[in-house]
Design a protein around this ligand. Structure first.
Ligand code: SF4
Ligand code: SF4
Length: 251
């Protein structure tokens, strides 16, 4: 796949003029009283500036801090991304992030953890998409272009993590920065509209236990890169060799 196709130019337009003002600084003043805290390892991107493969966005989730029964990340994702529709059949609801509980049958050890798109380096969803709607940006964020998606759901079948959903109904009250639409497939975007402005994803910001860490895996000075280098982390179904952007600690 060419870099041109990987790079989603339409999403670059999400970057506001405010981000330009903040490019290259740690804290960007947007307007009186409103500030963006820069994610360690990368400055906000200016409008028209392509995503760079020098950055590999990733998330580290410490399951030892993740409380069973807490769904603050799920609620924050829904609020941020305008996932507010009511579905008759719960199986048809959009799930960009979900909490799952695991129990080791041998040891009885239990874990609660959030599961979201793993932002695979080698994403099967992109491989099977017949239209090019599923794509991976140069900085590792995997997205769906809603203007090109035909809702065939090949990607949903190909994803080993059940990370994608189809929108089954007309939608209202959307976040203009996160366009969604009936008949399109969607998944966690790593809150690309926030990340491109230098903010953290909404779920990371909302986690009361600070169990989620977002950053640039390619920057040896970033906290996430240093923790992944020195602590034991797990890629779910590592045997698939997809080199995931999401890593778990404690499982
Ligand atoms: S987790 Fe699923 S949807 Fe996300 S990049 Fe991998 S295959 Fe695609
Ligand atoms: S990174 Fe953003 S889109 Fe992805 S699960 Fe977290 S809040 Fe939802």
């Amino acid at each position: 796949m060419s870099e041109d196709r990987i790079e989603n130019k339409s999403r670059r337009s999400f970057v506001g003029a405010a981000a330009v003002a903040g490019a290259g600084v740690g804290v960007a003043a947007l307007a009186p009283g409103l500030k963006l805290i820069e994610v360690a390892g990368a400055a906000p991107r200016a409008p028209g500036e392509p995503a760079s493969s020098a950055v590999r966005w990733g998330m580290l989730i410490d399951t030892t801090k993740c409380a069973s029964g807490c769904d603050a990340c799920v609620k924050a994702c829904a609020t941020e991304n305008g996932i507010n529709e009511t579905v008759k059949d719960a199986r048809q609801g959009s799930q960009w992030i979900r909490k799952i509980d695991l129990k080791d049958p041998k040891t009885g050890q239990e874990h609660s953890l959030p599961m979201l798109c793993q932002h695979c380096e080698h994403p099967p969803c992109v491989d099977v998409c017949p239209t090019g709607a599923s794509m991976k940006r140069a900085d590792g964020i995997v997205l769906v272009d809603r203007h090109i998606c035909i809702g065939c759901r090949y990607c949903m079948m190909a994803c080993p993590y059940k990370a994608r959903s189809l929108v089954h109904m007309p939608l209202t009250e959307q976040n203009p920065l996160v366009p969604r639409g009936q008949g399109c497939v969607e998944a966690c975007t790593f809150c690309v509209h926030r990340v491109d402005r230098g903010q953290e994803p909404a779920c990371v910001e909302a986690c009361p236990e600070k169990a989620m860490l977002f950053g640039n895996l390619n920057d040896p000075a970033s906290e996430i890169a240093q923790r992944v280098a020195k602590e034991k982390t797990t890629q779910v179904r590592a045997d698939l060799k997809l080199n995931l952007g999401v890593r778990y600690q404690g499982i």
